[in-house]
Design a protein around this ligand. Structure first.
Ligand code: NAD
Length: 480
């Protein structure tokens, strides 16, 4: 068991009231992994103050030099890849292959934003008079707080912290309490890469206390949050009270539409990848498959068979295809939705119960005959549960796909280009895919949801991050 500390102003420290919490392995619930400080509101304020103090010198550091720190951190993460991936699996539960993919993603994000240090610029505009100059330049916001969820414990923090840093901001990072150890490994890479003291601070603790303090702190000028819709709404009101810039990425109820002409094998593969990879614990996970009547019976039978064939277990074991739920609480939520689905009259085709001993395992679960307005079809579960909703035709399928509060990711399986493009035109989702699963993102592309899946302010990732992490200053110069 590791005893860990927070990082404030370059010092590794415990909580000021000495309180702490422990983290456990979801595949082996008796195994305690680490103990972390429960940072108080005062500790969070101290971290924000330390970031504010470090900010001017970091902002004045040339952008290529800031980028060089990210490149070095990417190098260190590459050296530590195997160990970090194992930590991720033991802490969050996803399989080692999935964890390795996530750490590689974090490494690539560091490289991408390291390169941004060479590109950061502004626009030169035509002036209205001779001997005059008109241009705009990008400036950092100041102190940025990053509050992150447990399901991508290194990729999401990296896609927030890396652009924040390269564009010249100082950061306070508050990871989810289920996965702070993986988060700590990222912070260590950045510190070991030469980041000056105070430019990146880490505070761990209860969301409502540590995270709440950051959201309410006027020193924080930018707040980037990924997590559930309810938490996001609370944070938004607190942070906008003092006019902080806020970015929220929240839940999803992502559909894959399967049309009659689809390749059945491909359609099942997309549903399994989208719904059961990462144990369904992905914001872009497929939780509804909306199937046109002509293929529905064959699809439902094939999906149930594929779900039953999946090997569920400890993600460190070879041959395991799906790991546990992150916690007993999440597993209870999943099981609750199995009960709700049954009560609502949906037909359970596969799974629905616990699997294995010692960990929080659920069998991959498939319901058929799910009503589009039922709770099973409307509410985010965040587990390996797929509901099949039947549709008369493409219009009906698109209507049903859009008939939820969320709008994060959506996909369609068809060989008919005209019908695929009709879907692309009419679907209300921030990420739209044809013949691909709803999951899986390219780090160079903007990412963010519509409707209640985001604050509808700023996108994340790729070039879109520049808009959130910088403000634009317009400069008029006359030299006549
Ligand atoms: P959560 O909302 O419970 O917690 C997210 C973070 O907010 C954690 O660090 C938590 O400690 C903190 N927090 C909790 N209460 C707070 C408060 N009152 N003030 C400030 N901070 C607070 O979410 P979770 O359970 O960690 O993650 C799962 C959720 O995240 C799902 O809804 C999922 O869809 C969403 N998610 C969205 C995306 C996306 O990009 N759209 C990606 C991954 C996960």
């Amino acid at each position: 068991m590791e005893t860990c500390k927070n990082l404030i102003g370059g010092e590794w420290v415990g909580a000021s009231d000495h309180a702490s919490f422990e983290t456990r392995n979801p595949a082996c619930a008796d195994e305690v992994l680490a103990v972390f400080p429960s940072a108080t509101a005062a500790d969070a304020a101290q971290a924000a103050a330390a970031a504010a103090e470090a900010f001017p010198a970091w902002a004045a550091t040339p952008a290529p030099a800031r980028g060089a720190v990210l490149f070095k951190a990417a190098e260190l993460l590459t050296e530590r890849l195997g160990k970090v991936a194992r930590t991720l699996t033991r802490e969050e539960g996803k399989t080692l292959a999935e964890a390795t993919g996530e750490v590689v993603r974090a490494r690539d994000i560091l490289r991408y934003y390291g390169g941004e240090g060479w590109r950061l610029g502004g626009d030169l505009l035509p002036a209205n008079a001779p001997h005059a100059m008109l241009y705009s330049r990008r400036e950092p916001l100041g102190v940025v707080a990053a509050i992150t969820p447990w399901n991508f414990p290194i990729a999401i923090p990296t896609w927030k912290i890396a652009p924040a840093l390269v564009y010249g901001n100082a950061v306070v990072f508050k990871p989810a309490s289920a996965t702070p150890l993986t988060a700590l490994r990222l912070v260590e890479c950045l510190v070991d890469a030469g980041l000056p003291a105070g430019v990146l601070n880490l505070v761990t603790g209860a969301g409502s206390v540590t995270g709440g303090a950051l959201a309410g702190d006027p020193v924080v000028r930018g707040l980037t949050f990924t997590g559930s819709r309810d938490t996001g709404s609370r944070i938004y009101s607190r942070a906008t009270e003092h006019y902080a810039r806020v970015q929220l990425e929240m839940g999803g109820k992502n559909p894959t539409i399967v049309l009659d002409d689809a390749d059945l094998e491909l359609a099942v593969k997309l549903a399994v990848m989208g719904g059961f990879s990462l144990t369904g614990q992905s914001c872009t996970a497929t939780s509804r498959v909306i199937v046109e009547e002509g293929i529905a019976d064959r699809f439902a039978a094939a999906l149930a068979e594929a779900a039953n064939a999946l090997n569920v277990g400890d993600g460190l074991e070879s041959g395991v295809q799906m790991g546990p739920a992150v916690s007993e609480e999440q597993l209870e939520t999943d099981l609750d939705y199995v009960r709700i689905g049954r009560e609502e009259g949906a037909e359970l085709l596969a799974g629905g119960g616990r699997a294995g001993d010692g960990g929080h395992f659920l069998r991959p679960t498939v319901f058929d005959g799910v009503d589009v307005h039922s709770r099973l079809a409307q509410e985010e579960i965040f587990g390996p549960v797929i509901g099949i909703v039947r549709a008369r035709d493409l219009d009906d399928a698109i209507f049903k796909a859009n008939a939820v509060g969320y709008g994060l990711a959506a996909s369609i399986c068809t060989n008919d280009l005209r019908r695929a493009m009709t879907f692309v035109d009419r679907i209300e989702a921030g990420v739209v895919k044809v013949n691909e699963p709803t999951t899986g993102l390219a780090l160079q592309a903007p990412f963010g949801g519509f409707k209640q899946s985001s604050a509808n302010t700023f996108k994340e990732q790729g070039p879109a991050a520049l808009d959130f992490y910088t403000r634009t200053k317009t400069v008029y110069i006359t030299y006549d």
